[in-house]
Design a binder for this molecule. Structure first.
Ligand code: NAP
Ligand code: ZN
Length: 349
């Protein structure tokens, strides 16, 4: 019998959420059912509900920062058991056979990774995400959450955490690295925590000084307000890596100027308009503009272990199902400290 579970549903583009039952598939051999506890609100949820990235699949149940407890296992499940605490991020399937899957980059699967929502499974069924009480997913995409990390502060690690962790690792951040994080939101505050734990000297570049005390409390050495271009001048050519998490249009050249020769601007923020960069600003000092898409499953597990070792979780504000529409408006204004997580037990249908 398929499972029917209460969920928050956007029936059409930009519609407010309604609550109703949705269906989860029967457990396949390698599936687990997860009783979800918390689902984070990622800015990507908002981009997709509002079709800011192009046509989306409706009805939509967003949510790809999922933390909960295994409540049932399929006949062939060997890695997990009922009662295990697990998280699920942005992907729920991939081919597992292509060179990218084999190298641990399921997000770049040649067949196309199946996204947790606003996607279609290999069975052609639309996927529905974590703003719900129960999820059914292959054990390969359920990552154990180490003891010591609460499920509320763990949920955002499955997207905001891994999306910040992966480029920091790829570009070799370690003791003594000079890192700037642009945008102190969900991804940004995780970027600060993770880079600090890796031993970097971290600067936060935020629109105003409003979050300055928080930046320093998270371990940053300085917080600069980008609204005042003069404030950035002394930091030209200063950083090894600028991690750009901003969800809106940005003057990328201004940030490129802040990295050393051969330095890197790694973009994870996903606004819709193109960046404008004159080639000379890149070539003259042999700089790199990079992108980074979440992280693979092995790296997600590595990130969770790193967070447990360093006592890192997301800084969360817990909300109920009724508060989600309002929370979306606040996230768009950059008015969240620093991740909303939905207590999904409040979703009732
Ligand atoms: P968020 O919590 O809304 O944070 C974005 C931050 O950008 C805000 O807190 C704000 O920080 C800053 N910002 C600068 N200019 C802004 C403006 N005009 N309006 C609003 N905020 C502005 O979002 P998030 O969940 O961290 O996601 C950030 C971006 O990354 C989104 O575009 C999301 O889709 C994308 N994303 C990408 C991946 C990936 O795999 N690459 C994964 C997840 C999310 P200050 O107040 O400090 O200025
Ligand atoms: Zn996300």
């Amino acid at each position: 019998m398929p499972i029917h579970t209460p969920a928050l549903v956007a029936e059409t583009v930009g519609a407010p959420f309604t609550t109703r039952l949705v269906e989860r598939r029967d457990l396949r051999d390698d599936d687990v059912a997860i009783e979800i506890a918390y689902a984070g609100i990622c800015h990507s949820d908002i981009h997709q509900v509002r079709e800011e990235w192009g046509t989306a699949i409706f009805p939509m149940v967003p949510g790809h920062e999922i933390a909960g407890v295994v409540s049932a296992v399929g006949a062939g499940v060997t890695d997990l058991q009922v009662g295990d605490r697990v998280g699920v991020g942005c992907m729920v399937d991939s081919c597992g056979e292509c060179e990218f899957c084999k190298d641990g980059f399921e997000q770049h699967c040649s067949r196309g990774a199946v996204m947790t929502y606003n996607g279609r499974g290999y069975d052609d069924q639309p996927t529905l995400g974590g703003y719900s009480r129960t999820l059914v997913v292959s054990q390969r995409f359920a990552c154990p959450i180490p003891d010591g990390i609460g499920l509320d502060e763990a949920a955002p690690l499955l997207c905001a955490g891994i999306t910040s962790y992966s480029p920091l690792r790829r570009w070799g951040v370690g003791p003594g690295s000079k890192v700037a994080v642009v945008g102190m939101g969900g991804l940004g505050h995780m970027g600060v925590k993770l880079a600090v734990a890796m031993g970097a000297e971290v600067t936060v570049l935020s629109r105003t000084d409003a979050k300055a005390a928080d930046s320093l409390a998270l371990g940053a050495v300085e917080h600069l307000a980008t609204g005042d271009p003069q404030a950035l001048r002394p930091r030209r050519g200063h950083f090894d890596l600028v991690l750009n998490t901003v969800s809106a249009d940005l003057d990328l050249e201004a940030y490129l100027a802040l990295v050393k020769p051969r330095g890197v601007v790694a973009n994870v923020g996903l606004p819709t308009e193109p960046y404008r960069v004159r080639p000379g600003r890149l070539i003259g000092t042999s700089k790199v503009i990079a992108g980074s898409n979440i992280g693979g499953i092995a790296e997600t597990r590595e990130m969770l272990a790193f967070c447990a070792e360093h006592g890192i979780g997301a800084q969360v504000e817990t909300i109920t199902a009724e508060q989600v529409d309002e929370a979306y408006e606040k996230v768009v204004r950059g008015d969240v400290r620093y991740r909303y997580v939905i207590d999904v037990s409040t979703i009732e249908a």
